[in-house]
Design a protein around this ligand. Structure first.
Ligand code: SF4
Ligand code: SF4
Length: 238
């Protein structure tokens, strides 16, 4: 219904599924029927996606966004013809990139996992309306490289976790595996890196650690996650 629904994840999924090009068509800028101006959001998302594509070695010309009204049939057919010709000239995915299809798909899948993080990190900028003439530099390659080379991850320190369950209750992605008297662990594949657990862990425990641009330690093995409280320890030995 609205190009404002276009998400980074949809574009990357199309490429991961082997599409050679992705075209996004939206209503003319400034002529949105709603107060949302979703077409600006689509434009902003596409500009961000182009820089991410460049960063992972995927030719950004494979993505095109254009704005036209329902009455612009001739314009639509001209743009569609031109874009199809451009994609045909670029060849199948991977050919102009100098990468095998498998390598390219792996890179796309890796960056797709970071989409929630990218959207959180770039949330304020994604709400802006790029000005005509500024599209190319609205996002810079340096900015994207910094963002993706310094990805933030969260880790629960098993020495400090007191299994109070606060973080697990607040996690929006159900990424924290925990339970009563069990040291909590973060499922890194599910974590969207929102930082809620970091904020929520009571300061007297400070068990959630933030890592920037480096991998987190492996999770504590399942069999070593039970916390034996001091009182219970005594009960057990008497
Ligand atoms: S950073 Fe966010 S998503 Fe990840 S475990 Fe913490 S609360 Fe859950
Ligand atoms: S909030 Fe902190 S202490 Fe409580 S379960 Fe989570 S990591 Fe452990």
């Amino acid at each position: 219904m609205c190009s404002g629904r276009v998400d980074l994840e949809f574009i990357l999924r199309a490429f991961a599924n082997g599409m050679d090009g992705v075209f996004i068509g939206g209503c003319r800028l400034g002529e949105c029927n709603y107060i949302t101006h979703g077409n600006y959001h689509a434009l902003n998302m596409a500009l961000l996606c182009k820089k991410i594509m460049e960063h992972i070695g995927l030719n950004p010309d494979r993505l095109r966004v254009e704005f036209m009204s329902a009455g612009d049939g001739i314009l639509f057919s001209e743009v569609a013809d031109e874009f199809s010709g451009q994609i045909r000239a670029l060849g199948p995915l991977g050919s102009t990139e100098g990468l095998s299809l498998d390598e390219l798909k792996q890179r796309i899948q890796e960056v797709s996992k970071l989409v929630p993080y990218i959207k959180i990190a770039k949330g304020e900028k994604l709400a802006l309306r790029p000005a005509k003439g500024d599209y190319d530099q609205f996002y810079t390659l340096d900015e994207i490289e910094e963002l993706l080379n310094e990805v933030i991850s969260y880790y629960i320190d098993p020495e400090k976790c007191q299994a109070c369950m606060t973080c697990a209750k607040r996690c929006p992605a159900e990424a924290i595996i925990g339970g009563k008297n069990l040291i909590h662990v973060i499922d890194q594949d599910k974590c969207i890196r929102c930082g809620t657990c970091f904020e929520a862990c009571p300061p007297r425990f400070s068990a959630v650690k933030k890592f920037t641009g480096e991998p987190v330690p492996p999770p504590i093995p399942e069999g070593k996650r039970t916390i034996v409280r001091k009182g219970k320890e005594k009960e057990g030995t008497s």
